[in-house]
Design a protein around this ligand. Sequence first.
Ligand code: GLU
Length: 489
Amino acid sequence: MSEVRVRIAPSPSGNLHVGTARTALFNYLFAKKNNGKFVLRIEDTDAERTSQEYVDNIFDSLKALGLNWDEGPDVGGNYGPYTQSERFDIYPKYIQELLDKGFAYECFCTPEELEAEKEEATANKKAYVYSKKCENLTEEEKAKLRAEGRKPAIRFNIAKAQKAFHDSSILEFEDLVKGKLHMDTDLIGDFVIMKSNGAPTYNYAVVIDDALMKISHVIRGEDHISNTYKQILIFEALGFEVPRFGHLGMILAPDRSKLSKRHGATAVSDFVEQGYLTEALVNFVALLGWAPSDGEEVKPVEKIAEDFRIGEISSSNSIFEYDKLKWMNSHYIKALPIETLKEMLKKYLTQYDLSSLTDAQYTRMVEITREPLTLLSDITDAVPYFFGGAGVNVEPEVQTEVLDLPESQEVLKAFVTQGEDWEWTEHNLHEKLEVFRGEFKEKGIKPKATMWAIRGAITGRTRGADMTATLDIIGKENCLARVKKAIKG
Ligand code: GLU
């Protein structure tokens, strides 16, 4: 087999979508598996919908996911200029070739004329296909239209190409994922390949680029299947080798509708902003259509690459289970080295004065709060009581259901008296609190109630991180000050 060359060809009309990330990943994995090349091409022929901000987002997101491209736009790597808008001088040449070979023709129809054709089709309850009105215009007729100031678009002549390379109007291809697919090309209609302003359209530019970039396999979403027939005919008409195609099922929301913002994040950068780790995201999207041979779902991308086989991709749609992604994310958070986690969490702790903690205290705080984190951003609500010095916000229920109880008040008074003399280290606090609980147990107060009172007064909550470590981080002075504030009268 000649060299495997695949590509991801996002249109910068939005931030990188997880669906595109999955397509990119499957292309990347396929390239890795076959010692091939993974090419990035920015498809920005539609200038109105394109913005540099989205281009940058695509670069950043792919890089964050570790899907580094071997060729494509230069982002510090000296790659090729694979941005369609920078290739506009390449496209006219092949348009001319198609015109010369009779596989394309100039179309002078105005938008109003085309609209009228469409309306007629709708009125007759017919699917619209272009009437081919301009297919056989004579040179005189064309000249006359030009003289009227009309500029032609170029249309591809489907029937001509189909007839030249196939026995009937049926076009068939063997999809790597879906198996044999076919379509009656009479139903397609001659489509525009170059607009009257000279801009190439997607279906045309994509073929020229895939051909010139020697793309061997086109792996993309199944929403492109109908385009594939058009593209195969252009490849054939220009005498280019037709690549293999593989179409991935769609990604649906848990309610089986199209995944959209109302279901949650959809752009990679939004997931990252919310505190998902890119390692978790990559692992999760790999499972949207692919399953590991050993059933072990949590796997870094290098391991997935070893196991990946394109023929094993499911041809059906996949459901984007946000809960499963959360589960996977918590798994990856647990596996992070503490120093890495400390750095990553800082972004979510900007509302707190981290400089009030020593590095050792910050480390310990992260160690004792990381366990329940599903998202990195969960840290924000998990740690307010480590800050604020002598004060703490007490939750209303903690006040009424814990601190207001007479036995809690008794516990707190004793805590202040005894605590003054305690050496405030984690180890020592552990031992002292054990004895303290024991004393109150003898007075008929359950150990749990004793601890609730102390935790409630110092953290304002009844649940939280490891108690002795928490007290140690907050420090003796602040702990005792908070308890004193919780004592009434
Ligand atoms: N620019 C196209 C898109 O974003 C890519 C199509 C393709 O992969 O051929 O959908």
